[in-house]
Design a protein around this ligand. Sequence first.
Ligand code: HSE
Length: 454
Amino acid sequence: MYRDPVQSFQPEHQVPASLRPLRVGMIGIGTVGAGTFRVLRRNQADIVARTGRGIEIVIVAARQLGRAAEIVGDTGVTLTDDPLLVATHPGIDVVVEVAGGTGPARDWVLAAIAHGKHVVTANKALLAVHGAEILDAARRRGVAVAYEGAVAVSIPIVKALREGLAANRIEWVAGIINGTSNFILSRMRDEALDFDTALAQAQALGYAEADPAFDVEGTDAGHKLSLLAANAFGMPIRFADAQVEGITGLSRLDVACAEQLGYRVKLLGIARRQAHGVELRVQPALLPATHLLAQVHGSMNGVMVKGDAAGITMYYGAGAGSEQTASAVIADLVDIARLDCTRAAQRVPHLGFQAHAVRDLPVLPRADVCGAHYLRIPVADAGQAEAMANWLAARQVPVRRVALADAQPGIGPQVLVLTETVVQADLDQAVQALHAHPALAGRVTTLRVEDWMA
Ligand code: HSE
């Protein structure tokens, strides 16, 4: 029978106030699993408000049960050392696979699908190698396989391609999608570190794969690129066909020469639609130093997408990390939770979903906002710079940096000040008082310094 979608729309009061929580079994509780556990608990109230139901980890499979017990504490989560028990558990709706590897992980994921579970994974190698088989099994069983955490972890690039850019014919996707290689290149350039020292630092910081050859030889970026291309162009996952080159053969001299010419060397993954096929390649390449992707430093990732309607859009964020990956894993869980329920308010952002505590937060008045500031102070005598800084510091405005502006014809000496973080009311008071200072030769200019967006 035809149901008019508008007539059959259920107003809010007819929808059950709460559905039972989505029940999750997790395989692996290492860096990503522990982050997922932590963030889910910390932000549960907001997640419920946005999703319309809870998300509850019921059972976890771990290699080291003692360590897992420390992470889950007294939350009542069942622990096991048998991943298949999780994959086939009758009491769960979704399996989160964050153990890594391609052999056993394939068996666990296929078992979960065969048992009618949705799957969320951050395992790019698994999907790059066995994705066709896994996605086909999921399609036949009618379950979802979600993998936002597998590509440029904190950046919701899969969702951007599937949702935000769904109207577009994607022309190309290009990005810095391996944090470890980008970290090494940045350290080699900025601190003149040698390759091995920079790699050791990336490993110590937890960015690198268990086998770091995956990072520096371009394999990891190739895995991610093949997933991006599949999403962008609707093509199968073609990792085996990708052209993959890493940064191991790159010489510091070439990095320096490129710099001299105004370029920066970055390991880029590029998927580009051409008339007769798709370019799929990972390579170290020269980018103009002013290009947005050239500003992506350290372990950060950046992805640029060209769509025929939206034009170029760019996405930037952490490319590795525990909670950074957890953010993506949980976003996939939220999507799956919404498959079975949710009213319109929780599907699209009409802002009916904030947790109560947030709804009641006041907007801060200007006087209470904290931040750093730039001050340009015209003075009669260039020798006043230090005195001005001390004068401000004595009035609750600590100074981070003081300098004299380079001389400009017809313009008197200008003291330039960068403050530490101060309360706006304190700054306003000090600037007002400064206008009565005998050394002043004109009005003081103040501008906010927004250097906290690191
Ligand atoms: N080893 C990966 C990287 C971790 O460095 O980007 C996140 O996929």
